[in-house]
Design a protein around this ligand. Structure first.
Ligand SMILES: [Zn+2]
Ligand SMILES: [Zn+2]
Length: 303
């Protein structure tokens, strides 16, 4: 099953050096989940040949503009392009109010169903589930209420050893039960031990998304053991005081978070406009956590 994330925006605060404010597109089994929607997200989707109409779910972490100023434009374009499919938006309660005001004064009546699911920072919560994955919020520590998200694939059914089943004449009608791990008593008296005819499916992978936040151990549990952890790394560690003042994280801290929470891989982003080149941030993070990559716009990372 495809499980990958494409970076659309990697900049903090403002667009700079061809970097755009935060947005990412998660593809899980050809269903598309947009995570944050900074200014320029529509242009980035076009640039990388991604149809906005494929997006059915949008997750907004918080109400700083670099995480949602692209949203009204995207929603309007979907409307103008004739979308009728439902769209679900997950975000802070006030976002619903902001959108309503914008639609009110432009006298826009969105032609597709828009369902809004409120996230809050009272505690971590499961906010979505379908056949492919579960989404939980991660309560972050920022200047205004902010949640990260954890996307975890569901455990798949067991894989059948079809050649062996065929060789032993086990009928197709037994396959659904075998996939569920059941041992079988066939009508001819034979007993089929499940583990001899199936193997476990691959382990469910998970993607953690943490932007923006102070490093704070209270959210570590929510992102424990991610296969890929995205963590903001706005500054180099020499700017720790500035990071603390603005409730952001340094590259070295992002690496520490990845190490402590047992991530397999770390992706850093939300880069400050003070850094024209990003190698310093990458080197610093790698000094604490070797399996680190920079979030580069247009690049897709397998989870
Ligand atoms: Zn931000
Ligand atoms: Zn912010």
């Amino acid at each position: 099953m495809k499980f990958e994330v494409t970076i659309l925006g990697s900049s903090s605060a403002t667009p700079v050096y061809n970097r755009n404010p935060t947005a990412q597109l998660l593809n899980c089994n050809e269903k598309f989940y947009l995570i944050d929607c900074g200014e320029g997200t529509q242009q980035q989707l076009i640039r990388y040949g991604i149809k906005a109409s494929k997006i059915d779910f949008i997750f907004i972490s918080h109400l700083h503009g670099d995480h949602y100023f692209g949203l009204i434009g995207l929603l309007s374009s979907l409307h103008l392009n004739g979308r009728i499919k439902e769209l679900k938006i997950f975000g802070p309660a006030a976002l619903q109010e902001i959108l309503a005001v914008q639609f009110k004064y432009s006298e826009t009546i969105i032609r597709y169903p828009l369902e809004f699911i409120v996230t809050d920072t009272l505690g971590p919560a499961q906010i979505f589930e379908n056949a492919d994955l579960v989404v939980e919020t991660v309560v972050l520590n920022h200047r205004i209420p902010c949640t990260g998200f954890r996307f975890t694939q569901k455990k798949r059914l067991r894989k059948l050893l079809v050649e062996k089943l065929e060789a032993d004449g086990v009928g197709l009608e037994y396959y659904p039960l075998l996939k569920r791990g059941v041992d079988l008593d066939l009508t001819d008296g034979r007993r089929i031990i499940n583990s001899e005819y199936t193997i476990d499916s691959e382990h469910p992978r998970s993607y953690g998304y943490c932007s923006d936040t102070l490093m704070d151990e209270r959210y570590f549990k929510g992102i424990a053991g991610c296969d890929l952890l995205y963590h903001e790394a706005t500054f180099l560690h020499e700017m720790l005081d500035r990071a603390n003042q603005t409730h952001h994280t340094t590259a070295l801290q992002a690496a520490e978070v990845a190490k402590i929470t047992g991530a397999s891989k770390l992706l850093i982003g939300h880069f400050s406009s003070r850094y024209k080149t990003l190698q310093g941030l990458l080197d610093e993070a790698r000094s604490g956590f070797e399996a680190t990559e920079l979030a580069i716009e247009g690049v897709t990372y397998t989870i």
